[in-house]
Design a protein around this ligand. Structure first.
Ligand SMILES: Nc1ncnc2c1ncn2[C@@H]1O[C@H](COP(=O)(O)OP(=O)(O)OP(=O)(O)O)[C@@H](O)[C@H]1O
Ligand SMILES: [Mg+2]
Length: 283
């Protein structure tokens, strides 16, 4: 299949959640076309709907309006062609490293073949020597590598990563950036990567989408035309990151203002309610 074949089509997507305080519009009319083999990053203020969008692409949530199509077919259920790696991707503590990696292949492939694939992937993420180790014996970076290897074992055509490196120190993150880029360059996998770290987005992404504060809409799209591998501290990366940060700043300020206003309203409610003051609905 050619590298630039259009694979994911997100069309007029919106998502409402019903909450005890009424409907929350999380995402509003998102349309994005993603080609096969692209590395796309999403950045946006907290609560703007990034995880919700990823969950809908994974088929774990259903859109309220609009649709997602993969290779022209609407996405309605989860599938092993679209695998999610979460920030704290839980590994199974009762299994060792290689058993964690081959877990998704049990029942699909015979034991020898499973081990062969898992071993090759552990080698790819530089954990070849740790296949017998248990999760509690691993560092945070090593756990992230196992989670990546476990996801890759399913050979998904779309890899969905939700802040996978957020809890790691800068050096470990830097190493994992190199590894994930290497893996991505060798495969024809499409990666969708959520991060709050703008430089990380520029280092990794072929395109970076900036979301508005909730309800999340696409505010701006940046095409990152820089050769790879990229150095996170290079002037070119910093220049792109500054432009993206500028777009993001306004939205984060909106989000913070809304939070402060909401807290203030809640505090006011606590203060005035005993005095019998009606503050109206929505609190
Ligand atoms: N299951 C749910 N029920 C009700 N509201 C939800 C649910 N899931 C998400 N939301 C709301 O939808 C909005 C978007 O949430 P989401 O987790 O997608 O944001 P996000 O952009 O991933 O934020 P963060 O950067 O903090 O991870 C938030 O206001 C959240 O409270
Ligand atoms: Mg999130």
């Amino acid at each position: 299949m050619s590298k630039n074949f259009m694979q994911l089509s997100i069309e007029g997507l919106s998502k409402d959640f019903d909450t005890p305080h009424g409907k929350v519009l999380a995402l509003d009319n998102i349309s994005i076309q993603i080609n096969s083999g692209e590395f796309v990053c999403f950045v946006g203020p907290s609560g703007c709907g990034k995880t919700t969008l990823l969950n809908m692409i994974a088929g774990l949530e259903r859109p309220t309006r609009g649709q997602i199509k993969k290779n022209g077919v609407p996405v309605t259920t989860p599938g092993i062609d679209r695998v999610v790696i979460f920030q704290e991707s839980a590994l199974f503590p009762w299994l060792n490293v290689i058993q964690n990696v081959e877990f998704g292949l049990v029942g699909r492939l015979e034991a020898r073949k499973r081990k062969e694939i898992a071993r090759a992937l552990l080698h790819l993420v530089h954990l070849g020597r740790f296949e017998k180790a248990y999760v509690h014996q691993l560092s945070g970076g090593m756990k992230s590598r196992v989670a990546i290897a476990r996801a890759l074992a399913l050979n998904p055509s779309v890899l969905l990563m939700d802040e996978p490196f957020a809890a790691l120190d800068a050096q470990t993150r830097d190493l994992l950036h190199e590894e994930i880029q290497e893996i991505w360059a060798k495969s024809n996998q499409t990666v969708i990567f959520i991060t709050h770290n703008v430089r990380e987005a520029v280092r990794l992404g072929s395109r970076v989408f900036v979301f508005t504060a909730r309800p999340g809409q696409i505010k701006k799209e940046f095409q990152i035309d820089l050769p790879r591998p990229r150095d996170i501290n290079s002037q070119e990366v910093v220049v792109y990151a500054q432009q993206i940060q500028q777009e993001l700043k306004e939205e984060i300020e909106k989000f913070l203002k809304e939070e402060v206003d909401r807290e203030w309203t809640l505090k006011k409610a606590d203060f005035l309610r005993p005095a019998g003051v009606d503050l109206g609905s929505g609190i």
